[in-house]
Design a protein around this ligand. Structure first.
Ligand code: LLP
Length: 438
């Protein structure tokens, strides 16, 4: 059967039944009837499956592993809770994420705080909560120490983010290590950083890197890991630092396009953990906990956005499908030129007939979710599904054009749960004050 969009339904945990797209045992058409559009529909079993498959692969090779889920990919509290129950740790990048994680029930020891350009307020908050602080600039050590003195707080554990001067990623914006990248501390300053921390009384240490996002090959991870381990060796040799944990970052990709192969977890685990075990022995680094911090890999494929077609516009140049979801719901196509598979959820088994551009409702010509897509004949009232929207979808959403945030629905074994209500329009005026002279 030729389907619109060439999708590996099985892998995405989606089903085709009675001409409709189904997710988590629920008919997308019924979900739209119940909740309206646009909505994000999240399949809980995909999240659990991705998390556990990663955990199992890593555990096969080394007993001391930790998966710090990167909250920035999707910070819905239900997802955080679900992952908590599966044994996840977290990677937080702001005090908002720390606040949310603690509210969900994570303990401070389960949270690594990898901020960037921390304010004093950020550091004070993190210290007061007791999370693991992962600094990314030399100058921040002294500031942290002064705040500790001023607030009488104690902490003997500290980590630094290393920039191994090698990065990778699907777009320039998403390469997070390299010579001209803002993140982390270069090898040339890293020994000085740990030395300073030792002098100030820190006794327990971690080390961290993150090289980029949406990486499908294993080679970049290997190159960076080799460099990272060498840097750790140098710190250990020169200062006698023993690392409690070594965090190799996230960045594992997912297949957005049909021709892309899924991330090879087995190869990642075998390659990186063999290297890790070999080098910790050779470099006399003891037995640090092996940490990773994936976001996208765990949540991206769990979620589809459902939107309604409100306008069909055929011009002499293009066929436009106008829908009620736009880059205020999913900015990745507009921001990075990213590809997301798009299907007609209520005509899922019909053959492609026409080439369309799928356009959102925002007043920007860049509000296009997909270009030149072959789809069945689309009519106003049809339902469009945008796939793989679980990572950096809602978390990068906005109220642009004063469009309220969409609702989020969790689906599990044929049941649906409204886990975030559609933002009421009245909310859009919240926190604005009109001065008296007006
Ligand atoms: N750890 C750190 C320190 C990070 O900065 C990131 C992502 C992650 C972990 C998780 O990376 P992941 O496993 O999700 O690739 N908005 C972009 C992605 C930006 C990623 C930034 N850092 C996108 O939609 O493609």
């Amino acid at each position: 059967m030729v389907l619109n969009g060439m999708v590996d339904w099985n892998r995405k945990n989606l089903e085709v039944k009675n001409g409709h797209l189904w997710i988590g045992g629920c008919d997308t058409v019924s979900l739209v009837e119940k909740y309206g559009t646009p909505i994000y529909v999240i399949n809980e079993s995909t999240i659990k499956q991705r998390f556990n498959s990663l955990k199992e692969e890593l555990q096969k090779h080394y007993p001391k592993i930790r998966i710090h889920y990167a909250v920035k990919a999707n910070s819905n509290i239900v997802i955080l809770k679900l992952l908590y129950n599966e044994g996840a740790f977290l990677d937080c990048v702001s005090i908002g994420e720390i606040y949310t994680a603690l509210k969900v029930g994570y303990s401070p020891e389960q949270i690594i705080y990898t901020g960037n350009n921390f304010t004093n307020h950020d550091l004070e908050y993190a210290l007061s909560k007791g999370v693991i602080i992962n600094l990314d600039a030399f100058s921040q050590i002294m500031r942290l120490y002064k705040i500790m003195q001023r607030t009488n707080s104690t902490s003997d554990l500290l980590s630094f983010r290393v920039n191994p001067e090698f990065g990778s990623g699907h777009h320039n914006h998403c390469i997070t290590a390299g010579p001209d990248i803002k993140f982390g501390i270069l090898e040339s300053s890293i020994v000085r950083a740990y030395k300073k921390a030792q002098e100030l009384g820190f006794k327990r240490f971690g080390i961290h890197m993150h090289i980029g996002s949406q990486i499908l090959e294993i080679e970049p991870f290997k190159i960076a890991a080799e460099k990272f381990l060498e840097i750790a060796e140098k710190i250990h040799r020169e200062l006698g630092v023993d690392f409690e944990f070594m965090d190799f970052g996230g960045g594992f990709g997912i297949p957005y396009k049909d021709e892309e192969k899924p991330f090879d977890l087995k190869r990642y685990a075998t390659t990186i953990l063999s290297l890790f075990k070999e080098k910790i022995k050779e470099y006399d680094l003891g037995e640090p906990i092996f940490c990773v911090e994936p976001g996208r890999f765990i949540v991206a494929e769990s979620t589809i956005i459902l939107a309604e077609v409100n306008t069909i516009k055929q011009t002499t140049h293009k066929n436009f499908i106008g829908i009620d979801a736009g880059f205020h719901n999913l900015i990745r196509p507009a921001m990075y030129g990213s590809y997301h598979e798009i299907v007609v959820a209520n005509k899922i088994d019909q053959d492609p007939k026409k080439r369309y551009d799928i356009a959102g409702p925002l007043c920007e010509s860049g509000d296009i979710l997909g270009r030149d897509r072959n789809l069945p004949l689309v009519e106003e009232g049809d339902i469009i599904g945008i796939l793989d929207a679980g990572a950096y979808g809602f978390t990068m959403a906005s109220n642009y054009n004063l469009r309220p945030y969409a609702a989020e629905i969790l689906v599990k074994e044929g049941q649906d749960y409204l886990i975030r209500e559609r933002q009421p329009i009245e909310d859009l005026l919240k926190f604005q004050n009109i001065p008296e002279f007006l």
